[in-house]
Design a protein around this ligand. Structure first.
Ligand code: UTP
Length: 289
């Protein structure tokens, strides 16, 4: 079955990037000239997703405004003959069918995904974490969808990360079964170092089957007293098995101060309006470091 629906959980508190995220959702923090969540919506659309549910909470109305028309701004751009920018804004408002749902309590990523049960119905769907931007030639979620079609199992986007990150993310039991794919048979959320199964962690993307909702319903609260999506996916990994895709793009963690800086520098070095100036600036700056 073609995957047409995606969920973007964007209801976290973003405590690691305070005070920036106090009144501005971290998913709206910019990378050069676009908010993080726009890169994520664009990735989904490029992969053939037509319906997107963004999970929000209080104070995240700016996300809705961003993907809506801004008549005043559009009229002004038209009057001034700024046709390119006008087109860009129009495209943004017409990119996909975007729906919003509030997570009333911040009870974890698993709980945010569970809110999407009715939207998803009885078909496989994609999850793109709202603070994980992945930049690459091929949309990362398209690589996962391709693996779902090839292996017929739920899929997670994975990368090898150093020990100090494994303990903050999760650790997977994997066995290579293709060029960029792995069979995943177990996983553990925020393991202690002695519990780690490998250095492969899930980073920001998955393709799941609707059975996950029933599992989430009965999964007890886990690390941080939150409902962890990894805890529910573990059951799928251990019973049916899952596929891990070592996706080809570069992932930027927008929930982390250094991740935000890296994203801006690297995207800025490729952006037609900033690349030359930024390159010169960095070269000069590096001499003084
Ligand atoms: P994080 O694990 O980064 O959680 O969420 P967080 O609460 O936002 O961040 P910190 O640790 O306080 O800094 C991963 C993704 O899941 C969403 C977040 O918005 C982020 O995009 N999320 C997390 C929810 O939608 N709801 C939640 O209850 C928790």
């Amino acid at each position: 079955m073609k995957i047409k629906k995606a969920i973007i959980p964007a209801a976290g508190l973003g405590t690691r990037v305070l005070p920036a995220s106090k009144s501005m959702p971290k998913e709206m923090l910019p990378i050069v000239d676009k908010p993080a969540i726009q890169y994520i919506v664009e990735e989904a659309v490029k992969a053939g997703i037509t319906d997107i549910l963004i999970i929000t909470n209080r104070g995240k109305g700016v996300i809705e405004d961003h993907f809506d028309h801004s008549i005043e701004l559009e009229n002004m751009l038209e009057k001034r003959g700024r046709t390119d920018t006008l087109k860009e804004l129009n495209d943004l408002a017409n990119m996909a069918n975007i729906y919003y749902l509030r997570q009333k309590e911040t009870r974890g990523l698993g709980d945010a995904v569970l809110r999407a049960r009715e939207f998803v119905g009885d078909e496989p769907f994609a999850v793109l974490y709202g603070d994980d931007v992945i930049i690459g030639e091929t949309p990362a979620i398209a690589e996962l969808i391709e693996a779902y079609e090839a292996f017929g199992k739920s899929v997670v986007g994975i990368k090898e990360v150093p020990d100090h990150l494994v303990v903050k993310y999760c650790s997977l039991a994997v066995e290579k079964n293709g060029d960029k794919t792995y069979a995943v048979s177990d996983m553990i959320e925020k393991p202690k170092l002695e519990e780690k199964l490998s250095n492969f962690s899930i980073l920001g993307r998955c393709v799941l089957e609707p059975e996950i909702f029933e599992i989430l319903e009965r999964t007890p609260l886990g690390a941080g007293n939150e409902l962890q999506l990894t805890d529910a996916m573990r059951e799928v990994a251990k019973t049916k098995g899952m596929t891990g895709v070592d996706f080809s793009g570069i992932r930027y963690d927008m929930g982390n101060k250094f991740g935000i800086l890296k994203a801006n520098i690297e995207v800025g070095l490729n952006h037609p309006e900033t690349k030359e100036e930024l390159r010169e600036y960095i070269k000069q700056l590096a001499k003084e470091l």
